[in-house]
Structures are given as structure tokens and as C-alpha cells.
Design a binder for this molecule. Structure first.
Ligand SMILES: NC(=O)c1ccc[n+]([C@@H]2O[C@H](COP(=O)([O-])OP(=O)(O)OC[C@H]3O[C@@H](n4cnc5c(N)ncnc54)[C@H](OP(=O)(O)O)[C@@H]3O)[C@@H](O)[C@H]2O)c1
Length: 316
């Protein structure tokens, strides 16, 4: 089968398309024919070696987390998945599963979902990691109706879903993005848009109930003054330092800090599908790349910061 592999960590140049052996299914796993994949920042962070403590030094590696496709063989012990079914989900490359930038992959059913009626395989694939990351943090922000919410990075992969979820739940959204994405932010439901290239967020006079930092560019110590009493700062940044700051902030019964990360629990997948089916939440697919141009798709995500998601059509 064809797959995009890396044989060392590095920039986009280390990615190469190769003919590799089709994976054999194993106990408890599903063999999936991949139809679509989308890119997320973790894909280039893994490729760069930033996550090598988790991903290890064994090469070649096939990258790619999010996918949609069809089950070819099922060794699922719960008998939930059967050959021929359409599915989408996340290949856990952090736990050294084979990634989705390949014609076939074998993965555990933990993050695999049946494709629901009413959601197509492109949009299911596009929402998985970014949407579930947004939702994970939003669920920690309490009631959303009539809350004044600042979304930082409001048109990126995580931010464009967060903006839609807050708006659909009755929050008043103030979006932060660069000049080129201001119109998109309005279309996603923002009532006001701030261009971060022209205005310094920290020196604004407005205050917010929630600051959702999808871009992970702000600092809790500096945004505190922009939060109302009991206001919440929620960031996609992960790591020991933010975990400690978040834990300490929760002891103080005033302004607190939450972390929004990909967890992919059943409850979150259920809620995300419900939001797509009944509240009109939909990922933007800003670019479609053929499977032969995955290296260009990486460059697009890393260099041009498009709004929404970059999709790759794996199956011809
Ligand atoms: N996607 C996931 O599954 C996932 C999971 C966990 C954590 N995360 C983390 O969440 C962060 C965002 O992920 P993503 O998928 O949304 O990335 P993305 O699609 O690359 O979007 C990043 C956004 O950040 C904005 N941005 C850049 N510099 C900014 C600044 N100084 N101030 C405000 N906004 C700025 C960009 O807006 P402009 O283009 O308008 O400049 C862009 O829309 C990353 O650090 C990622 O590692 C992502």
C-alpha cells in the first residue's frame, strides 16, 4: 500500500510517499481502509520530534491522526464494529499506533465511531481532534447562555469550532484573529472581531466571563485582569506547568484556569455529533489535497495558517 512515512524527525522535507507492506489486523483491532485524513498541529509537532518522548525513536513512522474510512476486518472484542461499516475517528499515533496517512491502518476501537446518518465522511474526519479539543474545554466553562466570551485564534482548527459552539449556545462571542480571517470569524457567529496584529489584547478595556484561548498564545497571569469575578480562562496549551497553574487556580474560588485537550470520550463524541446534527456546527474545509500532495498540505498548514481544516483525500 502507499503511505507517507518519515525515517527521521525534521521539517516537511523528511516526509516521503512510499510503498509499504499493508498492515495485518491483530487482536482487538480494526483494519480500516482510509478515505480521508485531516492535518492538525500535532502532526507537524510529531514530525519535528517535539513529541518524541511519547512517539519514540523507532522508524519508519506513518503520521496522521484523524481519519474516516471503511472497516475491512474487525477483531473488536465488543463486536461493535463489523466489516463494511463506515467509520471515523483518531489513530492514536501518540501511543505508537500506525497513522492515517496511509491507504490502510489497523487501530484499536477506542476512538472509532460509526459515521452517523446526516454527517458525511469529510466533515466527520475534519471535526475529530480539533472539535473534540474545543468541546473538552467548553464543557468545563459552565453555563454559556448570555456569557461574554473572548475566543483567541477564533478561525483556526480548534477556534472555529469553539466560536460556533459558544454562539450556538447563546454566548456573546468576541473573536480574535488576524486581518485576513475577520470576515470568517463574523460568519462563524462572532459579534465583534479583534485583529491581534493591530490591537494588543492585554491592553483592552473590556472584561469577559470566559476567555477561550484556542491558539494557546495568552498567559493566565496576564489575562486575569480581563476576566470578570469568577471568570474562566481556558487554554489548549498542555504540559506540567499549565496543569499546575490550573490546579492552583481552582483552589482560590475566584478566576480559574482550565485546560482544553483532546480526550475523545464517548460522552464528548456523542455531544459533538449532536451539535453537528442539531445545532448546525460544521467544520470549514478550507483546502482539499490529493494523497500525492501530503507534503504540500503540511506546508499549507504550517506556513499559511488557513482558517478551518486542511483535508486529504486518501482513497481515489
Ligand atoms: N487540533 C488539535 O487536535 C489540538 C489538540 C490539542 C491541542 N491543540 C493545540 O491547540 C493549538 C491550536 O490548534 P489548532 O488546531 O487550532 O491550530 P491552527 O489550525 O493552526 O490554528 C491556530 C490559530 O491561531 C491563530 N493565531 C496565531 N497566532 C496568534 C496570536 N498571536 N494571537 C491570536 N491568535 C493567533 C491563527 O490565526 P490567524 O491565522 O488569523 O493568524 C490560527 O487561526 C495548537 O497549539 C495545538 O497544538 C490542538
Amino acid at each position: 500500500m502507499k503511505a507517507w512515512v518519515i525515517t527521521k524527525y525534521g521539517g516537511p522535507e523528511v516526509l516521503e510517499m512510499r510503498e509499504v507492506e499493508k498492515p495485518k489486523n491483530s487482536k482487538g483491532k480494526l483494519l480500516i481502509e482510509v478515505e480521508y485524513a485531516v492535518l492538525n498541529p500535532y502532526d507537524y509537532k510529531i514530525r519535528n520530534g517535539i513529541a518524541k518522548l511519547m512517539t519514540g525513536n523507532k522508524f519508519p513512522k506513518i503520521l496522521g491522526g484523524d481519519f474516516s474510512g471503511t472497516i475491512i476486518e474487525s477483531n473488536d472484542s465488543n463486536n461493535e464494529f463489523k466489516p463494511g461499516q463506515s467509520v471515523y475517528g483518531f489513530a492514536n499515533i501518540f501511543m505508537r499506533e500506525q497513522g492515517s496517512l496511509a491507504e490502510f491502518t489497523t487501530i484499536s476501537p477506542k476512538y472509532v465511531r460509526h459515521l452517523p446518518d446526516g454527517i458525511d465522511s469529510k466533515h466527520a474526519c475534519a471535526i475529530t481532534s480539533a472539535g473534540l479539543t474545543a468541546l473538552n474545554g467548553i464543557r468545563k466553562c459552565g453555563k454559556l447562555k448570555d456569557k461574554k466570551v473572548l475566543v483567541n485564534g477564533a478561525t483556526g482548527g480548534v477556534g472555529h469550532i469553539a466560536t460556533q459552539i459558544f454562539s450556538a449556545n447563546g454566548s456573546v462571542v468576541i473573536a480574535v484573529c488576524s486581518s485576513t480571517n475577520m470576515k470568517t470569524a463574523e460568519e462563524l457567529g462572532a459579534e465583534k472581531v479583534i485583529d491581534y496584529t493591530k490591537e494588543d489584547i492585554y491592553s483592552g478595556n473590556d472584561s469577559y466571563d470566559i476567555i477561550f484561548d484556542a491558539a494557546a498564545k495568552l498567559k493566565f497571569s496576564k489575562v486575569k485582569k480581563l476576566l470578570n469575578q469568577k471568570g474562566i480562562y481556558c487554554t489548549t496549551e498542555e504540559g506540567v506547568k499549565v496543569m499546575l497553574t490550573s490546579a492552583i487556580s481552582k483552589l482560590k474560588f475566584s478566576k480559574s484556569m482550565m485546560i482544553s485537550g483532546f480526550r475523545g470520550t464517548k460522552v464528548e463524541f456523542d455531544e459533538m455529533e449532536d451539535l453537528m446534527l442539531h445545532k448546525g456546527i460544521k467544520p470549514i474545509i478550507s483546502y482539499n489535497f490529493p494523497f500525492t500532495e501530503v507534503n504540500d498540505a503540511f506546508k499549507m498548514l504550517e506556513e499559511n495558517r488557513p482558517s478551518g481544516k486542511v483535508l486529504i483525500k486518501v482513497k481515489n
